[in-house]
Design a protein around this ligand. Structure first.
Ligand code: HEM
Length: 505
């Protein structure tokens, strides 16, 4: 009897258990979603429904590689403050930028930055404000304008190599990818300025040898957007079957090994008293203990230079040239300004001293290019730490909320720039509006965590722009090519920038 009934009892029991568990799960999901959507302190803020209870909305936007443009769209739909994650608010006003990024230690970096850690947390990624202050002081001199000027001859060497490369193209009349040429150029400059060694990328001209910075940044942003998943994602590095994830982890390992090699070589080699960015780190001492930095400490900071330095500047140059080459009237003005204000020897790089002041129109074009296409387009979130919360752009925000104001979104806010925010118009940075426009522009970030490499980047941008246009007449193979950017945390122009060159003199 028992033998006949027991299977039936077990069957009833197991389906009952599944039903009960299933009901609990559904109830839990309903309660979870209802709490985050309707009861959570951020529930009063509008935003996409899915974003109110899961970080996957942000991750999906990153995955599409159009997160910055999609953020513009959600601000158009929901207003000046948008809830883009269970615990995240995005702002688009100039006031919010000041209140978030100039709050100093009151609004430190969030767990997002932990996704970037490869050796140890570096100047860019560290959330420890004391360590940040020490490192920033140690590195400040090396990145100063004076120091960049002292290293100018090494930048010139690579600009003149770029001219040579263009000369070859001009002679054959063949089309070339200017985006690739800028990537090779900037990698060589970075190698020289950071480690006193050129990567010889301009000589080799092998795109496959460019460091896979985008993959590392994409992985970092992906992990940073789900900080609670970080330990699992790190563990997944060893065994994940997903080919794309394996590729990202491989890219990070490749960059790590490249950095360690560059640092070791620099430490082994005599550089005959030459100063580079690593010199400040090699000579740095701990202000309390007097101890020198370890090799891992140096690797840690060198890694930030490789990741943050080359790709950003090369990407900016590409987008600037694309905009100019598509706007012939603006390009003519730039060339006329360079011709009348700068005396230069053909084939030689133009000096940085006083350059920016002599070319206000061209500088306005650089600023407008930064406005329309900032390249450092990760969200850069900060955490509200005050127990009473904070007021941002007139809104009360509770403690522990992640808040950010993405430069690309602020740069396309019609309330700040007018209705034509997608039009390339350098006049925004000329005339009476000029100072206000410059104040609203934030391609290098704002506050005490803003870019330390600005002088180095601007020096390359100004010198390359003027030297190339003084020596060559450039044109796009397809002037109607639509300029679209792909973003994985750092933005770059999608596809190649195919050009033709003619020597001017
Ligand atoms: C056009 C080129 C560049 C752009 C648009 C850019 C943009 C930025 C931005 C927006 C930040 C702020 C990040 C934050 O708030 O979390 C930043 C930080 C940083 N950048 Fe740049 N950057 C550029 C070039 C460079 C170069 C050439 C280097 C060095 C070789 C560099 C090294 C760094 C470092 C180390 C930080 C962290 C600074 C800190 O937290 O104190 N960047 N950059």
């Amino acid at each position: 009897m028992l033998a006949q009934t027991s299977p039936a009892i077990i069957k009833v029991d197991s389906s009952y258990i599944f039903l009960t568990l299933g009901s609990f799960f559904v109830l839990y999901c309903v309660a979870y979603i209802s709490y985050y959507r309707y009861i959570h302190p951020l529930s009063r803020y509008p935003g996409p429904f899915v974003a109110s209870f899961t970080n996957f909305w942000k991750v999906y936007q990153l995955w599409t590689s159009h997160l910055p443009d999609n953020l513009i769209k959600v601000h158009q739909k929901y207003g000046s403050v948008v809830r883009v994650g269970p615990n995240d608010l995005s702002f688009n006003s100039a006031e919010a930028v000041t209140q978030i990024y100039k709050a100093g230690r009151d609004m430190p970096k969030t767990g997002f930055y932990e996704g970037f850690t490869t050796f140890n947390p570096n100047l860019f990624g560290t959330r420890d404000e004391d360590i940040h202050a020490i490192r920033r002081r140690q590195l400040a001199h090396g990145f100063s304008m004076q120091s960049v000027k002292d290293m100018e001859e090494y930048i010139d060497r690579h600009i003149e190599k770029l001219l040579e490369v263009l000369e070859g193209q001009a002679k054959t009349g063949e089309a070339f990818d200017l985006k690739e040429f800028f990537a090779f150029y900037m990698l060589d400059v970075l190698g020289d300025l950071a480690f006193s060694q050129s990567f010889n990328a301009q000589v080799d001209q092998k795109p496959e040898k460019l460091p896979p910075i985008n993959d590392h940044v994409f992985l970092a942003c992906l992990m940073g957007m789900m900080p609670e998943m970080l330990p699992y994602l790190r563990a997944a590095a060893a065994w994940t079957p997903l080919p794309w994830l394996r590729r990202l982890f491989r890219a990070r390992a490749q960059l790590k090994s490249l950095t360690a090699q560059c640092v070791r070589r620099r430490l082994d080699e005599k550089v005959n008293g030459r100063k580079d960015l690593l010199t400040s780190l090699i000579n740095a001492v701990d202000p309390v203990t007097g101890a020198k930095l370890t090799e891992i400490d140096i690797n840690t900071e060198a890694f930030a230079m490789i990741v943050a330095g080359a790709h950003t500047t090369a990407g900016t140059l590409t987008l600037l040239f694309a905009r100019l080459l598509q706007n012939s009237e603006i390009l003519d003005n730039v060339v006329a300004e360079i011709d009348s204000n700068i005396v230069a020897v053909p084939g030689q790089a133009i000096g940085i001293s006083g350059l920016e002041q002599r070319i206000p129109y061209s500088t306005a074009c650089i600023n407008e290019s930064f406005r329309i296409n900032s390249v450092f387009t990760m969200t850069l979130p900060r955490s509200v730490t005050s127990p009473t919360g904070a007021e941002i752009d007139g809104h009360w925000v509770p403690k522990d909320t992640a808040v950010f104001s993405l430069n690309h979104v602020v740069h396309h806010n019609p309330a700040l720039w007018g209705a034509d925010t997608f039009k390339f118009d350098p006049s925004r940075f000329l005339g009476p509006e000029k100072e206000d426009s410059k104040r609203r522009l934030g391609p290098f970030g704002v506050g005490h965590r803003m870019c330390i490499g600005r002088n180095m980047a601007m020096t390359s941008i100004l010198k390359v722009l003027t030297t190339l246009l003084k020596n060559y007449q450039l044109e796009m193979v397809d002037p109607k090519q639509k300029i679209v950017t792909a973003n994985v945390g750092i933005s770059e122009m999608e596809g190649p920038l195919m050009c033709l060159a003619n020597k001017r003199h």
